[in-house]
Write a protein of this length. Structure first.
Length: 281
C-alpha cells in the first residue's frame, strides 16, 4: 500500500523519476525501474509520469518567484522537523512585519491561506506549515545550493534572484545607521549576517550579477556571550557605497527598513543634492 511507504522514499523515487525523464528514458523502463527499486506500485508511477498525481498528494507547490522569497527566508532563519513519521513541518520565526510578508508569499506558493501567530512567552512571531514537498525541497537546497541556482535560472532568473535576496535579507539582514562624530549625517549600511559562508557568498554573487552591487565581507570571531553560551564565528556581508545602497533599496523592498530609520536613510541618500532623490516613506 502507498500509505505505508514513507514519504521520504516516495520523494526520492519521484526525484529519480524526474532525472530519468530528463535523460529521455522510455516510459516503460522508468515505470519498471522505479517500481522495482522503491516498491512503488506501477500504476502510481504511471500517474506520476502523466502528472495526474504526485508523492505530494493533490496540491503541488507553485514554482513562482514568491517561492524564492520563501526559500531565502528559510535559509536565513527557518527550520524543519518531522512528527509522527509522515508529518513534515516547515517553520520560520521573526518580527511581525517579516512573518506577515512571508505568510503572504507562502500562501501564493502552496495554494492555501497561511497566517502568522505570536509566541507570547518568547515575544516572537512564527509561521509553521505541514508540507512534505516544501520540507524536502528545503532540505535538498540546504544540502546543495546548486539545486537552488538551477531552479532560479529556470524562469526569470533576475526576478527569482531578487526575491531570494529579499527573503534572506528580511530574515537575516538589518539596516545599520552608522553615527560618528565626524559625520553630520549618519551613514547607512545594509548588513547581512550568517554563520554559513556559502549562503552569503550566493547572495554576494547574485547582487553583483543582477544589480552590479559590490558587497564586502567582515568576520566576527567566535566568542562567549554574557550569558555564558558560545557563539559561532559569523560572517557579515555589507553594502557601503552610496550608489549601491540606493540601488539595493530601490530594487529589494525590505521589512527591515523601519519607519524610525527611513528619515536617516533618505537624508544620507539625498546628501549633496543627489540627481535622483529617493523617497522610502
Amino acid at each position: 500500500m502507498m500509505n505505508r511507504i514513507p514519504s521520504a522514499v516516495r520523494v526520492k523515487a519521484f526525484r529519480h523519476l524526474e532525472e530519468l525523464q530528463a535523460k529521455g528514458v522510455e516510459r516503460v523502463q522508468i515505470v519498471r525501474l522505479i517500481s522495482e527499486t522503491y516498491g512503488i506500485p506501477s500504476g502510481t508511477v504511471y500517474c506520476w509520469i502523466l502528472g495526474s498525481s504526485s508523492p505530494f498528494r493533490k496540491r503541488r507547490i507553485r514554482f513562482c518567484k514568491e517561492l524564492f522569497y520563501v526559500l531565502g527566508a528559510l535559509l536565513g532563519d527557518g527550520y524543519v522537523y518531522s512528527w509522527k513519521t509522515d508529518r513534515h513541518i516547515v517553520g520560520v520565526v521573526g518580527e511581525k512585519e517579516f512573518i506577515d510578508k512571508y505568510a503572504q508569499k507562502l500562501s501564493v506558493c502552496i495554494g492555501r491561506k497561511v497566517k502568522g501567530y505570536i509566541n507570547r512567552s518568547r515575544h516572537v512571531w512564527f509561521v509553521v506549515v505541514g508540507n512534505a514537498e516544501l520540507f524536502f525541497l528545503f532540505k535538498e537546497i540546504r544540502r546543495d545550493l546548486e539545486k537552488l541556482k538551477l531552479l532560479m535560472a529556470d524562469g526569470d532568473f533576475r526576478a527569482n534572484s531578487l526575491e531570494f535576496i529579499g527573503g534572506f535579507f528580511d530574515a537575516e539582514g538589518c539596516i545599520k545607521i552608522i553615527k560618528e562624530k565626524v559625520r553630520k549625517t549618519p551613514k547607512i549600511c545594509p548588513d547581512l549576517c550568517n554563520t554559513n559562508y556559502s549562503y552569503l557568498e550566493l547572495v554576494r554573487i547574485l547582487l553583483k550579477e543582477h544589480l552590479d552591487i559590490d558587497a564586502k565581507y567582515s568576520i566576527q570571531k567566535a566568542y562567549m556571550s554574557k550569558d555564558g553560551s558560545p557563539r559561532k564565528e559569523s560572517y557579515h556581508l555589507r553594502i557601503y557605497k552610496k550608489d549601491f545602497v540606493r540601488r539595493f533599496l530601490e530594487s529589494i523592498p525590505t521589512t527591515k527598513l523601519k519607519p524610525e530609520k527611513a528619515s536617516f536613510v533618505e537624508n544620507w541618500l539625498n546628501l549633496k543634492k543627489s540627481t535622483q532623490p529617493i523617497s522610502l516613506t
